[in-house]
Design a protein around this ligand. Structure first.
Ligand SMILES: [Fe+2]
Length: 256
């Protein structure tokens, strides 16, 4: 499920939502377009570039008639790629492009971060999402430490994909793709019963603190249970010994 997180420039979480309508509206307000293509019943064959292009032929033609792309390709990354760190680092810092950046996620997921005014919009794009980031927009992309995604890239100018780096270190202050995936699990698991608008998104620091506390509490409880068990066992042994001693005294008395 796609999610959007909005941070201030020091990495404090201001808002988070998984409501697709809200995600579209919030991104639209900063000039970013996101839409969802139907991905059901697509025959991707062996997943080659040509087969993927063929499977989404109609949507690609519609998009092409609007933007007149000069070229397109399919980029794919899996956790076993030996160059995964190198690829991840390529666009992990804030940059802009002279062309707009448009991606369609055929499979997997990745997070786009858009820096607009004094806020950072982090959107986790998943299978079926088409995102369009206008030229000269400050942004970066994180595929995570274990990248898994397949996306179609569209270009209107050959050198459009070249990143012009701003030199800002803002991307280091905002939670990574891996962190955001954890946020997802944290909010989904612990707050399943709550209505969407009440879902609270834990900050990176707080999440780690809570995780450590949970682990420590579990350890303490385990120790307590073990101590209790040991004590009970000891008590039973004492009781049993006392009973036995009493019995043998009685039997000795009878013999006399
Ligand atoms: Fe980019």
């Amino acid at each position: 499920m796609s999610k959007l997180f909005i941070f201030d420039e020091v990495g404090k979480l201001l808002q988070g939502t998984d409501d697709y309508g809200k995600i579209c509206d919030l991104l639209k307000s900063i000039g970013i377009s996101i839409e969802r293509w139907d991905v059901g019943n697509r025959n991707l064959g062996s997943g080659s570039q040509n087969e993927i292009m063929e499977a989404y032929k109609t949507e690609i033609e519609t998009l092409n008639s609007k933007f007149s792309f000069k070229s397109m390709d399919v980029v794919s990354l899996t956790p076993d790629n030996p160059k995964k760190d190198e690829f991840r680092n390529m666009f992990l810092s804030e940059h802009t492009h002279s062309d707009f950046e448009i991606r369609f996620f055929v499979d997997g997921c990745g997070t786009f971060y858009i820096h607009s005014d004094d806020k950072v919009y982090a959107v986790i794009c998943e299978k079926g999402d088409l995102i369009s980031i206008p030229a000269e927009t400050k942004h970066w992309f994180d595929m995570g430490t274990q990248p898994f995604f397949k996306a179609i890239r569209f270009f209107t100018i050959p050198e459009g994909w070249v990143g012009k780096f701003t030199g800002s270190d803002i991307s280091k202050r905002i939670p990574t793709h891996d962190d955001l995936i954890q946020f997802q699990m944290s909010s989904d698991e612990s707050q399943k019963e709550k209505p969407k608008e009440e879902i609270k998104f834990t900050s990176k620091k707080k999440f780690r603190k809570e995780k450590a506390k949970k682990k420590s509490d579990e350890g303490k409880n385990k120790k307590k249970r073990a101590e209790k068990k040991g004590k009970t066992k000891k008590d039973k042994m004492i009781k049993k010994t006392k009973k036995f001693t009493k019995k043998s005294k009685k039997s000795k008395g009878k013999k006399k």
